[in-house]
Design a protein. Structure first.
Length: 158
């Protein structure tokens, strides 16, 4: 019959999975006692629990680090959120100014178009006045030339 030492040697050399596969046949052939088997399994469980405890401790440390990082990121997100709100306000203000400026540009365009129409009407009036003046000047000049030619030969003989 094998003892606890043999079972622990199998456990250490071949691993828990191999020991678990071999235990039913060892117990049925009465090569190991149930008490020894329970003692070795308790030892294996204690070893696994110790490893699990160390993993949990490492996990807690990792969680603390992550919690601190999340808090730091949360602060940064709050700062970014405030900046976005601030920029949103500025964008709204600029949008209002652009809208107002667009209205002023439309008013200015209407004013310029009105003034250009006025200048165009003045130029048309001036053009027709110049044409009338030219026509009258041409008539006066024609009349003067007629009078000049009519009276010049008379002056030349005297």
């Amino acid at each position: 019959m094998r003892g606890v030492g043999d079972l622990i040697n199998i456990l250490i050399s071949k691993g828990l999975d191999y020991l678990m596969a071999q235990l039913p046949s060892l117990i049925s052939r009465r090569e190991v006692s149930r008490e020894d088997t329970m003692l070795v399994l308790l030892y294996a469980m204690a070893s696994d629990i110790k490893a699990l405890r160390e993993d949990m401790k490492a996990l807690r440390e990792d969680m603390k680090v992550l919690r601190d990082e999340v808090r730091a990121l949360s602060g940064k997100v709050d700062v970014l959120n405030n900046k976005i709100d601030e920029l949103s306000g500025k964008i709204d203000m600029l949008s209002g100014k652009v809208y107002s400026l667009g209205g002023r540009i439309d008013d200015l365009r209407k004013d310029v178009v009105g003034r250009l129409d006025y200048v165009s009407n003045l130029l048309q009036s001036l053009n027709s006045n110049i044409a009338s003046t030219y026509e009258l000047t041409s008539r006066v000049m024609a009349k003067l030339m007629e009078l000049y030619t009519r009276y010049q030969p008379a002056h030349a003989t005297q």
